[in-house]
Write a protein that binds this ligand. Structure first.
Ligand code: SF4
Ligand code: SF4
Length: 511
């Protein structure tokens, strides 16, 4: 092996494990939601399906109020992204702005479906995955079935697969290292549906043209390790390796996981495909198996409903569009001291104002926190330069410096200090003795840079348009001047010829 070639080194992914910088050992709190098998709650009366669920543009609604829809029917189309489907059969009550499941908490366009209780499927078009199936057909099936990354980023899987194929990927990494406390939906999925994950792994590997698959799980998931290995052996799948990684937050972050499996850093500003790798979540693999094997679009997902604010924490198989309140009530309702609902985990999650918020593809956990869970905000103190934040930062940044640059509006310096590389894991926040809300500052900084980039683009565009107009006017002026000059020349030539003619004729007459 050529050890100086990172792509060659990355081919050995998972053969031994490494460590990433920083991170924290956090209390897991996962067991409380893993005590009972996953169940599907009854159909809610109304589903609210947002038309923006992926990274990309808002889908165009394909239905109107009053339309009858079937389960799995496409109700939203997006050229640059992936489709949105009806999660069950029923009547479209409205296509209107409703509360979106998003950090902004702002409303956005949704399709509201009154369910008819029949749960009647539209015609499905499965695609048998064989060794000789054209990978382009698999990728088109993933696109048509609305498959997107279920680890939180919801990046359309077909785009990642197309990019991966173009860049000659050698290894697919399936991320089952669910590192944030309380969230256990991936663990339950791997425990209960290992065969489906193995099938999905084979499909995604085939679509990418990769040689092998590494499924990474946490070292405390003993039952999952056994289940996945058994499923891979039963399927006679020798290209899958299951690897246990040390449970340390945030080892499930894409860059951190790659570091752990290969010892390599994804280059700054680069992508895992620069090393010949593609990462997908284990839930995405299961969804790909459903899409290809059964033609089922992504209309439901495993969701952890947990926390001290809910009576019976557990995992549910929830339809997209289900209001959080419906799931909580299936879990025995709220406890007396519920204080706040959070989407995601306690570190990287975000609070929502209402439990009418619907489940979307990105929702892995609904966390109901009690008053006791929510620490009284401590007064922010000046930075004492203890360096704790830098010690735990998995992106190897200097959070205290980054904070100072953003606070003082020194945007070039903030970029220099690696603001874009911050994964918002919250480790620095958790250890800061001065209680500085560092992650809030970094999110604000990133928003500001994004806004500046938009404004710069708009200014550039306006300048380009202005310059193009000036060029056009100048060109026209020159063309007009040239035309006038040509005309003048022509007239003068004509006048000369006439004068010559007259002279000649005169001479002839005189003669
Ligand atoms: S942990 Fe807080 S106090 Fe310590 S250096 Fe970082 S920002 Fe400053
Ligand atoms: S939030 Fe950003 S700066 Fe803070 S520890 Fe995580 S990666 Fe580092």
């Amino acid at each position: 092996m050529n050890y100086s070639d990172p792509i060659e080194v990355a081919r050995e992914a998972g053969k031994r494990t490494h460590h990433f910088h920083g991170g924290l050992r956090l209390k897991h709190n996962k067991r409380i939601s893993c005590q009972v098998p996953v169940e599907r709650p009854p159909l809610p009366e109304v589903l609210v399906v947002p038309l923006l669920q992926h990274i990309g543009e808002i889908a165009e609604p394909l239905v109107d109020a009053g339309d009858h829809v079937l389960k799995g029917q496409v109700i939203g189309h997006c050229e640059s992204c992936t489709a949105i489907h009806a999660p069950t059969s029923g009547i479209v009550e409205a296509v209107e702005d409703r509360l979106m499941t998003h950090t902004s908490g702002l409303p956005g366009p949704c399709v509201v479906i009154r369910t008819d209780g029949k749960d009647q499927w539209a015609a499905l078009k499965p695609l048998r995955d064989k060794q000789d199936t054209d990978p382009d057909l698999l990728i088109a099936q993933l696109r048509d079935c609305g498959i997107a990354g279920l680890g939180g980023a919801v990046f359309p899987t077909y785009i990642k697969s197309l990019d991966g194929r173009a860049r000659k990927i050698h290894t697919l990494i399936l991320n089952g290292a669910e590192c944030e406390p309380y969230i256990s939906c991936d663990e339950m999925l791997m425990r209960e549906q290992p065969d489906k994950i193995v099938l999905g792994a084979r499909i995604l590997r085939h679509a990418l043209g990769a040689d092998r698959v590494v499924i990474a799980i946490e070292d405390q998931m003993g039952a999952v390790f056994v289940a996945l290995n058994y499923a891979a052996e039963s399927a006679e799948c020798k290209t899958i390796t299951v690897v246990k990684v040390t449970t340390i937050y945030p080892e499930g972050g894409e860059r951190q996981l790659i570091k752990v499996l290969t010892g390599l850093e994804v280059p700054a500003g680069g992508r895992p495909s620069d090393l010949g790798l593609v990462c997908q979540n284990v839930g995405t693999a299961a969804a790909a198996a459903d899409a290809v094997g059964e033609g089922k679009p992504l209309i439901e997902r495993y969701v952890t409903v947990t926390g001290n604010g809910v009576s019976q924490p557990r995992n549910l198989l929830a339809l997209i569009g289900t209001p959080f309140s419906h799931l909580v009530s299936f879990c025995g309702g709220y406890t007396q001291d519920v204080a706040r609902l959070v989407v995601g985990g306690p570190v990287m999650g975000y609070p929502v104002a209402s439990d009418a918020t619907p489940v979307v593809k990105a929702v892995n956990c609904i966390l109901a926190l009690s008053h006791a869970d929510i620490a009284t905000p401590q007064e922010e103190m000046p930075c004492i330069r203890c360096g704790e934040c830098a010690r735990v930062c998995p992106a190897e940044l200097l959070p205290q410096q980054l904070h100072m640059q953003i606070k003082n509006g020194r945007w070039d310096d903030a970029i220099e200090y690696g603001l874009e590389a911050c994964i918002e894991c919250g480790c620095c926040d958790l250890v800061c003795p001065s209680h500085i809300p560092l992650v809030d500052w970094f999110r604000y900084g990133k928003d500001e840079l994004r806004q500046q980039a938009i404004e710069t683009r708009a200014t550039d565009l306006a300048r380009e348009r202005f310059e193009a107009r000036e060029d056009r006017l100048l060109r026209k002026k020159q063309e007009r001047a040239e035309k006038m000059a040509r005309r003048k020349q022509m007239l003068m030539a004509r006048a000369d010829a006439k004068a010559k003619d007259t002279g000649t004729n005169g001479n002839t007459t005189d003669a």
